[in-house]
Design a protein around this ligand. Structure first.
Ligand SMILES: O=C(O)[C@H](O)[C@@H](O)[C@H](O)[C@H](O)COP(=O)(O)O
Length: 226
């Protein structure tokens, strides 16, 4: 079920989100000693990463990883790890512990083996959305989509071949996203608002984001700005 937060503009969303994220991670640190955060790539989170990197939080107790990654070396301009290193792991947040997904750019199997090692419960997953209705790297019509959306999927990460976007991907599975304690979807603009409204009413594999928007036991906070 989704809880929609409408912000006046991007700056307002970034401030509101940063406050909410710090509260959520801080709460987990107080309760369990550490917090786990998984973030998305793309252009949308850059301003949020900049704001968060200066937030006051016990960053050494925060484990940061990725919701999804392109199968490229971390030095590649398209790498989500590179994006996180440039914009989030700066300032105060440089003290967080980061684990990327492309741990061996020569072997997808080795990356998946590493990414799927046992881990504690994720505190928060921050998702983005594409205009085709993908979230994470859960792309419509990807051959691996059935495994990635399987509610009984034990794996946290699978490989995904996007039918119409560059690079092989490593994506968190729907089941893993739903096992996180909290979920946020952060989007902006009129086109994505229309996509959200199309995807919100019912689950459809044509718009995989609909599976995170329609889960009674796993609410999601959606932040949108015009
Ligand atoms: O690595 C990725 O491609 C992302 O994690 C992806 O799911 C992203 O969130 C959307 O594609 C939105 O991207 P924009 O913010 O660039 O529109």
């Amino acid at each position: 079920m989704m809880n929609l937060h409408t912000c006046a503009d991007e700056a307002a969303c970034v401030r509101e989100l940063s406050t909410a994220i710090v509260a959520t991670l801080g709460g987990a640190i107080s309760a369990q000693g550490r917090a786990g955060l998984a973030v998305s790539g793309g252009r949308s989170p850059i301003a949020l990463f900049k704001e968060l990197s200066n937030a006051e939080l016990d960053w050494p107790r925060v484990d940061i990883t990725l919701v999804d990654e392109r199968f490229v070396a971390p030095s590649d301009p398209d790498s989500n790890e590179g994006l996180v290193r440039r914009y989030l792991l700066q300032g105060r947040a440089a003290q967080a512990r980061f684990t990327g997904l492309v741990t061996d750019p020569a072997s997808m199997a080795a990356c998946l083996e590493q990414a799927n090692r046992p881990a504690g419960q994720l505190t928060l997953a921050i998702l983005g959305m594409g205009e085709d209705g993908h979230t994470a790297s859960l792309f419509p019509h990807a051959p691996e989509l059935p495994q990635a959306l399987d509610p009984a999927q034990a794996l946290r990460y699978v490989s995904v071949t996007p039918p119409a976007a560059p690079h092989q991907r490593i994506s968190m599975t729907l089941a893993a996203l739903l096992r996180a304690r909290h979920r946020i979807l952060y989007i902006g603009g009129a086109t994505k608002r229309a996509v959200l409204e199309q995807a919100a009413p019912a689950r459809t594999t044509n718009m995989p984001v609909s599976f995170v928007l329609n889960q009674p036991g796993a609410p999601i906070d959606v932040y949108w700005h015009p």
